[in-house]
Ligand binder design. Structure first.
Ligand SMILES: *[C@@H]1O[C@H](CO)[C@@H](O)[C@H](O)[C@H]1NC(C)=O
Ligand SMILES: *[C@@H]1O[C@H](CO)[C@@H](O)[C@H](O)[C@H]1NC(C)=O
Ligand SMILES: *[C@@H]1O[C@H](CO)[C@@H](O)[C@H](O)[C@H]1NC(C)=O
Length: 375
């Protein structure tokens, strides 16, 4: 008899691996993955695939689907390939606009857990929404009955084809992706046990910058229905001017052979249309290769954002925070900030001090004498 015992054990352990839960959203059903009391729903589409004619365009809301969508595993990361990051993403695809949602049995029962939307770092140029450790998310958030959400957004040239004419291609596309994901969460999160009146935007590094700029923009979240609080961790304040980003777009188009011949006879609009249509026809992996070759040649990377309509009020950068909305904010940094980037050699200027020279001298003196409190 005892010979059958291990066989029974095997059956039990197998059946515990395949636990799942199907939930309904207003767009269709999702089959998630169950881990103990927790439920993970990954690779949920919130936009149409941003490919072909939709490349460089505002994300369009996803259409509803028939049948049950498999939501057990992460989808591909948005396209990136930078030498700046150590976390190289391995599975990539231009079709990447998915959202990942982590929730608990408790939240699904009560349907009123607070929600945290996490915006990943990487200067809008690298890293991804599918690179985080599930166990850490479950232990630190979901175990405390917080619904945790990570949206993807386009990166690099795929979100930084910045031109003059907004009807041909809007600037700050990554931010449009994030806003559409937030609209999705606002209307669907109750299906995952979340309370859409208690949403906190949580960003790390440039994700923290995104949390700040969406909080201070007078053009978005006017009724505070997308989020009511934000947390910004280790946020830099890297904004670029429109002229700077336009120059980078032209450099890219030139490298890709997408500047029209005899362009001096064309209107600006004709030229920008030609560039867009030409770049839309090139294979996405080839665009990624061009982007990397420009980076390797020492040209500036395709990241950061530009304070320009339609997402931002068009005021000088120093006036951007003059019109705060009524959102609670928490912000933090570590003592290791600013050590890894050459640009902070000029830390007095970077931090906007009125006496940058003095600050620089003191900072570098303290650093040399090991007096920054960093061991
Ligand atoms: C990223 O760039 C490196 C260096 O050019 C190249 O070897 C690698 O194949 C690229 N990876 C992808 C996914 O394009
Ligand atoms: C994820 O985090 C847990 C808890 O800290 C750790 O035990 C595990 O090794 C991590 N997994 C990976 C793939 O890094
Ligand atoms: C700001 O929001 C808090 C909390 O929601 C509320 O108590 C307060 O009255 C609001 N203040 C203003 C000026 O609207």
């Amino acid at each position: 008899m005892h010979i059958y015992f291990p066989f029974l054990l095997l059956i039990f352990s197998c059946s515990s691996v395949v636990h799942s839960l199907v939930i309904s959203t207003s767009l269709g059903e999702l089959d998630g993955k169950q881990v103990g009391d927790f439920h993970l729903f990954k690779k949920i589409p919130f936009a149409k695939p941003p490919v072909g004619k939709l490349r460089f365009q505002k994300p369009e809301p996803v259409e509803s689907w028939n049948g049950i969508l498999n939501a057990k595993e992460y989808g591909p990361a948005c396209l990136s390939n930078s030498s700046v990051t150590k976390s190289i993403q391995k599975v990539l695809n231009e079709d990447c606009l998915h959202i990942n949602i982590f929730t608990s049995d408790n939240c699904l029962k009560t349907k009123n857990c607070p929600v945290v939307e996490y915006i990943h770092g990487g200067a809008l140029h690298y890293d991804s929404a599918v690179m985080f450790n599930d166990t850490v998310i479950l232990d630190h958030f979901v175990k405390k009955d917080i619904v945790f959400v990570i949206p993807a957004f386009r990166l690099g040239i795929f979100s930084h084809f910045v031109i003059e004419d907004q009807s041909i291609a809007p600037n700050n596309l990554a931010l449009f992706d994030i806003l559409l994901a937030m609209e999705f969460i606002k209307s669907e999160v109750h299906n995952f046990g979340g309370d859409s009146n208690r949403i906190t935007l949580l960003g790390h590094s440039y994700g923290g910058t995104v949390a700040q700029i969406l909080s201070f923009s007078t053009e978005v979240n006017k009724d505070l229905s997308l989020f009511q609080r934000y947390i910004s961790m280790s946020a830099p304040s890297n904004f670029e001017t429109f002229e700077y980003q336009l120059k980078k777009t032209l450099r890219f188009a030139e490298k890709a052979n997408c500047i029209p011949k005899g362009s001096e006879h064309l209107t600006n609009k004709q030229k920008e249309l030609y560039m867009r249509d030409c770049l839309q026809k090139i294979d996405a992996m080839e665009l990624l290769r061009i982007q990397r070759s420009l980076e390797d040649a020492g040209y500036p990377t395709y990241g950061n954002s530009v304070i320009r309509g339609p997402i931002f009020q068009e005021v000088p950068e120093q006036n951007f925070m003059d019109t705060p909305k009524n959102v609670s904010a928490l912000t933090g940094c570590t003592k290791y900030e600013a050590l890894s980037f050459d640009s902070y050699d000029d830390i007095g200027v970077s931090l906007g001090f009125e006496n940058p020279r003095e600050v620089n001298v003191k900072y570098h003196q303290d650093q040399k004498n090991d007096q920054l409190g960093i061991s």
